[in-house]
Design a protein around this ligand. Structure first.
Ligand SMILES: [Zn+2]
Length: 205
């Protein structure tokens, strides 16, 4: 079984806090009538839809997509069901789950059940991020367009990114049961940027 956990990119897709400037813009630049072919320009923020964050997103001087390795993006991933969590995912929640060194953890939350942007989306709280660093996971994903909200100075991003732990945001997991999967995601090969759009799938083992 293959689950496509990526968001569709289209003009009315949900974007962070529904901000107009975050919406992708599709523009027809060639038409059959005028040019004999059809072409589209697409303009969007790199944090649109399903994407990964590199350290440079919140850490000045942090590394970015320049010369990045594909290694962390491939391998197994653990989907952890925390759909009962209303607010932040804390250390006290995570101690009840099986999390091991080198795991790629993907949180399935209530967010996956809404087609609209949720202003009260479930996020990874800073104590949860610290716990994942202690566990030495290799990546963390969540079904929200941001891995944290309303935490001054974005400690969740900084805690993970300062330890080179990949952050995957904007996955969709409504149909995906908790469990271990093969994760396949390839970011676009754009050089020298702080985030990259990805197509991500989970394959049952
Ligand atoms: Zn981002």
């Amino acid at each position: 079984m293959i689950y496509d956990i990526s968001m569709k990119i289209h003009p009315d897709m949900p974007v962070y806090k529904n901000r107009e400037e975050k919406k992708p813009v599709f523009e027809t630049v060639k038409t059959f009538e005028h040019d004999g072919v059809f072409e589209t320009n697409l303009t969007f923020n790199l944090h649109t839809g399903t994407h990964i964050d590199y350290p440079l997103h919140t850490i000045k001087g942090g590394y970015n997509s320049y010369n990045h390795s594909l290694e962390p993006f491939l391998g197994t991933a653990k989907v952890i069901d925390v759909t009962h969590v209303k607010d932040g995912i804390t250390e006290n929640e995570l101690i009840h789950h099986d999390i091991q060194e080198n795991d790629f953890i993907i949180f399935k939350t209530k967010n996956s059940f809404s087609e609209k942007f949720l202003f009260d989306f479930t996020y990874l709280e800073k104590t949860g991020a610290r716990y994942l660093v202690e566990k030495k996971v290799r990546g963390v994903g969540i079904d929200a367009l941001g891995i944290e909200r309303d935490q001054p100075n974005h400690p969740t991003h900084d805690t993970l990114l300062s330890k080179d732990i990949i952050i995957l945001e904007g996955v969709r997991l409504k149909e995906v049961p908790e469990g271990l999967y093969e994760l396949i995601m390839l970011p676009l090969n754009i050089d020298d940027v702080e985030a990259l759009p990805v197509r991500a799938i989970l394959k049952t083992l």
